[in-house]
Design a protein around this ligand. Structure first.
Ligand code: PLP
Length: 394
């Protein structure tokens, strides 16, 4: 018998699994060339060549015990030093190795942060639509998820609704910028107002409310749009970063948390994060990947390739009459379903061999997410199918 708590997760995961199986079945039936799978956020761009070179160099030059051994649960000191320096250079901050905890991707970082902060019943606020896994991560530590409803059609956070949801039990707020699933970038003005509200509420309630900035898509921003670095706006900020998208390394599971000196109870928070990394069973972030990314801090993914996909898809779909949120970041297009029921719309799209994810999976029914981290040629092939899908609703 599995744990009762696991039953609903297993049921939930079988929906995703079913979608994956459906895609495979459709590829066998219609030919892979004729199926347009926009469902997964797996980077289509190869990792930069620096990554492979760094891995080879590390394996050839460094002592195996150093490369493959255990280390401090927060990660290698010299890696954390280099990462802190690189952040300081980019954002004018003043972090040191003591502020960095290497993690098993952004997912590992979020779980470490939430284990560090949450007592059972503590509330965590997120802005719909959001990455559905947040619900599971918060539930891992018996926290309570509090959802701010979507602010249509801009999908910038609804700050009035946010303020109304902060209570004495609010322990953390998760902000994901650039955003999955909308592709929207929260503006500096929005972030300043959000920070003001959080400061006020901390004072009003005499509590500490931590802002968790989930930033796996930081570098994927287009048209020179500005992505604010949140520690500069609100002292109680913890940043979670990942190389999954920025270096196309999602399977390698590498990222980090930034915990600034300024966060409330800093010494305890940093110690607890170090212990959380260990006792969640991660022990430490993968050692080879820590060393590899520290040699690639100036490398970047081919943002132009995603940008070309974004323009192609956005221009075509809006031309066919689809209503899309302004896509400024990440690699997702957020589209209004052409009927009320997003699941029915996804099913209809499947009739044209288009696979996408219903907005309900992101706490925002009535919309769908199209992941354009795919081959440009597949987007080109898919356009007549999108056009027919739009026509079928006329
Ligand atoms: N947060 C968001 C918003 C994501 O979209 C993802 C992955 O798609 C993650 C976190 C997890 O990223 P990682 O692979 O670094 O664990």
């Amino acid at each position: 018998m599995i744990a009762k708590k696991m039953v609903k997760y297993v049921e939930g995961s079988s929906v995703t699994r079913a979608m994956f199986e459906e895609g495979k079945k459709m590829a066998a039936q219609y030919g892979a060339e004729n199926v347009y799978d926009f469902s997964l956020g797996n980077p289509s761009v190869e990792p930069p060549k620096e990554v492979k070179q760094a891995i080879i160099q590390i394996l050839e030059e460094d002592a195996p015990n150093f490369v493959h051994g255990y280390m401090n649960n927060s990660g290698y000191e010299e890696v954390r030093d280099k990462i802190a320096d690189s952040i300081n250079q980019k954002f004018g901050t003043a972090f040191g190795q003591k502020n960095i905890v290497m993690t098993v991707g952004a997912a590992g970082g979020l779980n470490v942060a939430l284990k560090t902060l949450l007592d059972p019943g503590d509330e965590v606020i997120a802005f719909a639509p959001y990455f559905g896994e947040y619900n599971n991560y918060v539930a891992n530590f018996d926290g309570v998820m509090v959802v701010v409803p979507p602010n249509k059609p801009s999908f910038q956070p609804d700050l009035e609704a946010f303020a109304a949801r902060i209570t004495p039990k609010t322990k953390a707020v998760i902000v994901n910028n650039p955003n999955n699933p909308t592709g929207v970038v929260y503006s500096e003005e929005t972030i300043k107002k959000l920070a003001e509200i959080m400061e006020q509420k901390q004072q009003e309630y005499g509590t500490s409310i931590y802002l968790i900035a989930d930033e796996p898509y930081r570098e994927l921003a287009y048209d020179g749009v500005f992505v604010p670095y949140l520690t500069k706006y609100y002292a109680n900020t913890i940043v979670g970063y990942s190389y999954s998208k920025s270096l196309s390394l999602p399977g390698e599971r590498i990222g980090y948390l930034v915990i600034p000196d300024e966060v409330d109870d800093f010494e305890n928070v940093i110690c607890a994060a170090n212990v959380a990394n260990r006792i969640l069973g991660y022990v430490n972030a993968p050692s080879l990947m820590q060393l590899a990314v520290s040699k690639c801090l100036d490398a970047s993914t081919d943002v132009a390739a995603y940008d070309a996909n974004r323009r192609l898809l956005y221009d075509a779909l809006t031309g066919y009459g689809f209503e899309c949120a302004k896509p400024e970041g990440a690699f997702y297009l957020w589209v209004k379903a052409m009927e009320e029921d997003d699941a029915a719309f996804v099913a209809k799209a499947k009739e044209y061999n288009i696979l996408m994810v219903p907005g309900s999976a992101f706490m925002c029914p009535g919309y769908v997410r199209i992941a354009y981290c795919v081959d440009k040629a597949m987007i080109e092939r898919s356009l007549p199918a999108f056009e027919k899908l739009a026509e079928s609703y006329r």
